[in-house]
Design a protein around this ligand. Structure first.
Ligand SMILES: [Fe+2]
Ligand SMILES: [Fe+2]
Length: 199
């Protein structure tokens, strides 16, 4: 993917974000960062929702509790940057990207859990890519270092979800399913209009 330093931990994305997105995102940075704050909030909520659905999976529960805390820290940091600039947090808007991806999940059973984990992994991977692009584009601004650091953290979250799918769902073809869902994710990214939001 052009203009982006690859992270060896993120190996699933089939396409790069189309050129032009970063310009749209930077042209309305208050809106982009407001959406980013909501994305961090939703990441925390989805970690807690997974914990709630799978209480008997001790390792998963512990990891989701840690992840929720980390995503809330990201939320707090983004809110701090918004506040420092006098930019308000806008209302959350429906996330068409995540909504379209989650429609491909299978329901129930081991396959359902694999899909839930892999969709979360792909959303983290796309966040890694987009936050990296913002980090590069804002290299002359203190926000650049902030976004680059956050991107690294999202790459780790991608890996966490893929590893969890492997460990929690033995017997499932996790790699094969990741490829299938990554193809769907690529189609969604290419079809969505460019907007001042993370996804
Ligand atoms: Fe995050
Ligand atoms: Fe994350």
């Amino acid at each position: 993917m052009t203009g982006l330093v690859p992270d060896p931990r993120v190996d699933a994305l089939r396409v790069g974000t189309p050129p032009g997105w970063v310009d749209v995102a930077l042209a309305d940075l208050p809106a982009t960062m407001s959406d980013h704050a909501h994305a961090e909030k939703k990441a925390a909520l989805s970690a807690l929702s997974l914990l709630n659905r799978e209480p008997a999976r001790t390792d998963l529960v512990a990891r989701m509790a840690k992840l929720a805390r980390e995503e809330l820290r990201h939320l707090d940091q983004v809110l701090g940057h918004l506040r420092a600039r006098g930019w308000p947090l806008a209302a959350d808007r429906p996330d068409r990207y995540a909504g379209a991806l989650l429609r491909h999940r299978r329901a129930g059973g081991s396959g359902g859990l694999v899909d839930r984990l892999l969709c979360a992994a792909l959303i983290e991977a796309r966040s890694w890519e987009r936050l990296s692009l913002l980090g590069d584009a804002l290299a002359d601004d203190p926000l650049g270092a902030f976004y680059t650091e956050l991107a690294r953290s999202e790459a780790g979250h991608y890996r966490l979800f893929v590893d969890l799918a492997e460990v929690e769902c033995p017997g499932e073809d996790v790699a094969g399913r990741l490829t299938e869902l990554a193809v769907e994710e690529a189609g969604i990214v290419e079809a969505l209009p460019h907007e001042p939001r993370i996804h």
